[in-house]
Design a protein around this ligand. Structure first.
Ligand SMILES: [Fe+2]
Ligand SMILES: [Fe+2]
Length: 248
């Protein structure tokens, strides 16, 4: 029995690929097929696969039907967290999604899931992504402060949701955690953040995040060991569509 994670499938069976430039390139060619084959090789029916957001380009649930059906067809138990492009998923209506897709998919929001003696906790997260002002050498010399203020509000809301997820697990007796985000835990301006602090506060062993696409963005945030936790980027193009084994 193993726990796997990957993010950013960006499926578009029924919707137009609103691909910004970074989603072009060889790694995205037939990526659905590549991922399906890798899952068939790696993931068994007793395994758990966490999909860390940006599942579909569909604008609403009917437009995501085939994308979610594709995910239902993957092996193992599937747990989904929200990404910034998941327009079909209103956080406040997660219960309805779970009712529709049980027992095939679990949508994790303001809740947790268990895996052995671990609680899988998470939320979408948020990081400030500019706009930044760059000098001729490519150094950041300033940024949009209004956008930064707005981002702080979104970060606070996501931190509340993440705390709720941890607290529910803790109230049920869990003491070991794997923490999932869609956005990276820190913006490129930060070394630490509310998200890294919360991972430390509850003692999450690993922090798994996605969202960073293309080689120029892969190292925007933390990789590997940092202040007692291990951080992993699991965006699909970074992993070349091979899900990461998080736990045995
Ligand atoms: Fe994405
Ligand atoms: Fe994203």
């Amino acid at each position: 029995m193993s726990l796997y994670a990957i993010g950013d499938l960006h499926l578009h069976y029924q919707s137009v690929l609103k691909a910004p430039g970074q989603l072009h390139g060889r790694v995205w060619k037939n990526h659905e097929e590549k991922f399906k084959k890798n899952c068939a090789k790696l993931v068994t029916e007793v395994d758990t696969l966490v999909l860390a957001g940006d599942h579909s380009w569909g604008k609403n649930l009917p437009e995501c039907g085939q994308d979610l059906l594709y995910i239902c067809g993957l092996p193992g138990r599937k747990i989904l967290t929200r990404g910034n492009h998941d327009m079909f998923w209103d956080a406040k209506k997660t219960k309805k999604l779970n009712e529709l897709y049980q027992p095939h998919l679990t949508f994790l929001q303001d809740s947790y899931e268990s895996y052995r003696d671990y609680a899988l906790v998470g939320t979408k997260g948020y990081t400030f992504e500019g706009p930044f002002y760059i000098d001729r050498r490519g150094r950041i010399v300033g940024w949009d402060e209004e956008a930064e203020d707005h981002a702080k509000k979104l970060v606070d809301r996501e931190l509340q949701r993440l705390r709720k997820s941890f607290e529910l697990a803790r109230a049920d007796g869990y003491r070991k955690y794997i923490m999932f985000l869609h956005y990276p835990p820190t913006s490129i301006l930060e070394e630490r953040s509310g998200f890294t602090d919360m991972a430390e506060e509850y003692g999450a062993e690993q922090v798994i995040y996605a969202h960073c696409h293309g080689e120029s963005r892969f190292y925007d945030s933390i990789h590997g060991d940092f202040r007692g936790r291990t951080y992993h980027l699991v965006s699909g193009d970074y992993l070349r569509w091979k899900p990461l084994k998080v736990l045995d």
